[in-house]
Design a protein around this ligand. Sequence first.
Ligand code: NDP
Length: 264
Amino acid sequence: MRELFAIFGNPVHHSKSPLMHNLAFQKLGYPGCYTRRLLEDGSKLRETFLNLELKGANITVPHKEAAMLAADEVEPFAAEVRAVNTLVLKNGKLYGYNTDAPGFYRALTRLGDVKTALIIGAGGTARALSLYLRSRGIDVEVVNRSAGRLEWFKQEGFVCHTWDGFHAEAKDAVINNTSAGLEDESLPMPKELLDKALSNAKCAVDVIYGKKTPFLKEAEKLNLPTFDGSEMLLQQGIIAFDYFTDHRYDLDEIETAMRPFLQL
Ligand code: NDP
């Protein structure tokens, strides 16, 4: 019998996750089927998951915290960042994981030996990535347009800056975690600050996908190795698939099966 999987979010119609996972199920010969489900009320997540008799699910905006609350067991990192994007049912219990940050890290390690990083932005994505990268031994600094969201980072012990008086020091990776460039052509920092940060970097990464952002265009002018949010999307999907299929395949094998979705 086929196992069922779904992605929950609001909105969710744009999600590429069904395509990505169904392609991998098909190529690896795994009896799984993956759909999408609009969920308006996050508190109904557990009940909806169980009623649909799912084996696993991904959870996207705005329900990642609700997914953490829906799980019986949450892995420590996902609990720390209060964001679960993967749920798996095993022996009657719901297990919650965060695969966004490990997926990002898996992609980042391919760009070279990254020991220091500048994260631009201080939203939910920046929180998860900064903590995860630090847990992997990367020294992270954060710069944001305004001061408010930086409070959390200060309390976590990160060196933080607003644009005022910011002097970019050399960092191996510069990471855009803002939404600048998503629906406009803006850069995540004033151009002179960004150029300085990029000119000292070994690589640059954006989490936005679906377009080449002005940030990535600047990085490419400097011939820096880059990836964008579609790579992060793919890598979080690979790690989620690994949980869905109880570690039956190795990650590279899943990647070979899944990567072609980027061309579809
Ligand atoms: P949040 O809304 O939590 O935070 C947004 C951040 O962007 C804030 O730091 C904000 O600064 C900053 N910002 C917004 N507009 C600008 C601008 N014009 N110039 C400079 N800074 C700006 O967002 P998230 O952390 O949830 O998401 C950030 C990005 O990550 C989004 O573009 C999202 O699409 C992408 N993403 C990609 C994923 C993937 O799988 N590829 C997964 C998750 C997110 P301030 O505090 O001053 O307002």
